[in-house]
Design a binder for this molecule. Structure first.
Ligand code: NAD
Ligand code: DAU
Length: 344
């Protein structure tokens, strides 16, 4: 029996990973350790709540004694760390919690992993650590880290700590760097769920700048499968990119989304761009495909599936959008939308 501590497991990708593990591996117990910030949501874990192989602990990864108590109580052998502040725009408004959780929190988890001699510490990282990628190049795992937002810098710092613990203390670590995930349970501040839920309500879609920025939108279930593969077959001390190899412009993503939801392009509003906006990410995924993984969904399928999930699960997102979210939305978009240009 494996006992896996999934930190940040009440968030978007973490909760999908919990459901994936419970469904795929009978011989696996999963303990979620999560602070339940604005992005953490126990609704995401509802399908697991009666499973005898699942447990939940509320806690902050920055609190070493609390993490150690959870590891001890549940006889944990593996930590998979999803816990982070994850929205680039919020990191521009107030970076503090980003640095606390991704830098100090990752350090705390690494110390606990070392103290208990865990079998594996796995860090969930991001393609944003490579920074903007010029046309014609795809980032390899060995490329320099040139993060350009406080969020990306906090994630790159965490990766450096993880590698230092492997080299210095021999801690058995692995890292995966994923591209933009989409799918069920993503907090509607991120572009795809924000645009899907706005479109359902026939509200404007605030598109940054010209909307021709490039992302590798991937289905969250595919990402979960890749993380699981790296846990089982990845080389200790190594990093693996996880993307699709297919670049999608934001306007193309919106096209698929609006078509799926049967809404007009006239909902698009071009608003003032995000400061320091990385125009293009592109991952070389040769290393993970050599391990035996490839994405099961095309980006088009992933976007359409996600749009339909939001259409069919209003119970999940309406209560989020009616809470704290409204103040955030006004601060982030109020002025920008009032001075925005419609698509012409
Ligand atoms: P999310 O914002 O949906 O969830 C983050 C979770 O972490 C929440 O449940 C929150 O309560 C928890 N958390 C935050 N601070 C914590 C703390 N101090 N202690 C314990 N729990 C804490 O995030 P997500 O989109 O699911 O991203 C998960 C991970 O994957 C992050 O590390 C992110 O950097 C990385 N990532 C995300 C994407 C993406 O497209 N969303 C892509 C690549 C990598
Ligand atoms: O690339 C992986 C990263 O993807 C993760 O590490 C981050 O946690 C995750 O938030 C995501 O970052 P992005 O900044 O790429 O995602 P976001 O959904 O915020 O934006 C996607 C694209 O859409 C980006 O080019 C900015 C643009 N955008 C976003 C929002 C929120 C808009 O045009 N309008 C918006 O309102």
């Amino acid at each position: 029996m494996k006992n896996i501590l999934v930190t940040g497991g009440a968030g978007f990708i973490g909760s999908n990973f919990v459901h994936y593990l419970l469904a795929q591996h009978e011989a696996c117990r999963v303990v979620v350790y999560d602070k339940l910030t604005y992005a953490g949501n126990l609704d995401n874990l509802r399908p697991a709540q009666d499973n005898p192989r699942y447990a939940f602990v509320r806690g902050d990864i920055c609190r070493r004694e609390d993490v150690a108590a959870a590891v001890r109580a549940h006889n944990i052998d593996t930590i998979v760390n999803f816990a982070a502040e994850t929205h680039v725009d919020r990191s521009i408004m107030d970076p503090d919690a980003f640095i606390q959780t991704s830098v100090y929190g990752t350090y705390t988890l690494l110390e606990v992993a070392r103290e208990f001699g865990l079998e594996r510490y796995h860090q969930i990282s991001t393609d944003e650590v490579y920074g903007h990628v010029p046309a014609g190049h795809s980032s390899k795992e060995s490329d320099p880290l040139i993060p350009r937002s406080p969020y990306a810098a906090s994630k790159a710092s965490a990766d450096l700590l993880v590698n230092a613990y492997h080299v210095t203390y021999g801690l058995p670590t692995t890292i995966t760097r994923g591209s933009n995930n989409i799918g069920p349970y993503q907090y509607p501040e991120k572009a795809v769920p924000l645009f899907a839920t706005n479109a359902i309500d026939r509200l404007p879609l605030p598109v940054y700048g010209d909307g021709r920025q490039m992302r590798e939108y991937q289905y969250v279930g595919d990402h979960c499968e890749a993380i699981d593969l790296v846990l089982r077959r990845g080389q200790v001390g190594e990093t693996y990119n996880v993307g699709t190899g297919v670049e999608v412009e934001n306007l193309a993503m919106i096209d698929i989304l609006l078509d799926t939801l049967d809404r007009p392009l006239s909902l698009i509003r071009h608003v003032t761009d995000r400061p320091g906006h990385d125009r293009r990410y592109s991952l070389d995924i040769g290393k993970i495909t050599a391990l035996g993984w490839e994405p099961a969904h095309t980006p088009e399928e992933a976007i359409a599936l996600t749009a339909r999930w939001y259409r069919d699960n209003e119970w999940w997102w309406r209560k989020i959008k009616s809470g704290e979210f409204q103040q955030y939305y006004e601060a982030q978009y109020g002025e920008r939308l009032r001075t925005a240009a419609p698509l012409n």
